[in-house]
Design a protein around this ligand. Structure first.
Ligand code: SAM
Length: 268
């Protein structure tokens, strides 16, 4: 396949990638044939995948609005993805234009597209980094993104912790961010689960095993354990569609959207 002009040099055009497959599910244009092929195969087994991704995105928007209303003005969006409708800086700034956002993604296409839409905005930065190295990410967030770690920061881990394997110590990674951020800081998480999904979840994991970021789905108890150290706000850790749904957002069967979502704060 020929490299499209929006794809940075060096991107592997022959291997599917979580950022671009997700972009395809959401109706975006920054994906390759190999990504669309993987998405088509995954959707043949699980046709609801695009709705699930949209529900995840809707949770992200609700969580960001809630966090701004709760007084947070700085956001560290880890595994931010390829920009799409309702990016974190747009949602946060619709509430308060002084909000600062640092986007972090391991994928060069996601970072290049984020930079392209930001166009010199002084309060928003996109950096390419691996979230599994909190010290490095936080250093970049401060030096390049201007985050002030003495003030509360919301760490967003939405649809990305399931790309951190147990062997990479997800609890330790989250702890690295928690310990470096001020009391009053927050976390927002949405995490894929296989609970109640049977064979569909196994097939889904097999698709992501082809990408550079294989998936580890976790049970509700396992996700809850990762959030120890945070005080979760109501309704706690729930299926994503059940986290403070807004008008006509609540589906008939929230369990058909198999990811657990929560927002929590460091105790002050
Ligand atoms: N957070 C966005 C959302 O919920 O709409 C995008 C989620 S997308 C499914 C997952 C993103 O996480 C991808 O863009 C992928 O490149 C990124 N990612 C996966 N592993 C990562 C890592 N170790 N460090 C940083 N980004 C990572």
């Amino acid at each position: 396949m020929t490299r499209p002009d929006w794809a940075p040099y060096g991107v592997d055009l022959d291997r599917p990638n979580a950022a671009r497959v997700y972009d395809y599910y959401l109706g975006g244009a920054h994906n390759f044939a190999v990504d669309r092929e993987m998405a088509a195969q995954a959707m043949a087994a699980w046709p609801e995948l695009p709705q699930i991704m949209r529900a995840n995105r809707a949770f992200l928007r609700r969580a960001v609005r809630f966090l701004v209303r709760s007084g947070v003005r700085q956001f560290l969006d880890l595994g931010s993805g390829i920009p799409t409708v309702g990016n974190v800086h747009e949602v946060a700034r619709a509430q308060d234009p002084s909000c600062r956002v640092v986007y972090v993604d391991i994928d060069p296409v996601a970072v290049a597209q984020s930079r392209a839409i930001l166009d010199g905005d002084p309060l928003v930065r996109a950096v390419q980094a691996d979230l599994r190295s909190p010290a490095r990410v936080l250093d970049l967030a401060v030096t390049e993104g201007g985050l002030d770690l003495a003030q509360p920061v919301a760490v967003l881990l939405v649809a990305v912790l399931h790309f951190v394997a147990d062997g990479d110590d997800p609890a330790g990674v989250i702890g690295g961010y928690r310990e470096a951020t001020a009391p009053g800081s927050a976390i927002a998480v949405c995490h894929a689960t296989a609970d109640g999904q049977g064979d569909k979840a196994d097939e889904h994991r097999a698709f992501y095993a082809r990408t550079p970021t294989p998936m580890t789905m976790r049970s509700r108890a396992e996700v809850g354990k990762l959030l120890e150290g945070y005080e979760l706000v109501e309704p706690g850790l729930v299926y994503m569609a059940l986290w403070r749904p807004e008008d006509d957002e609540l589906p008939d069967r929230p369990e058909d959207y198999p990811g657990y979502a929560a927002v929590g704060f460091h105790p002050v």
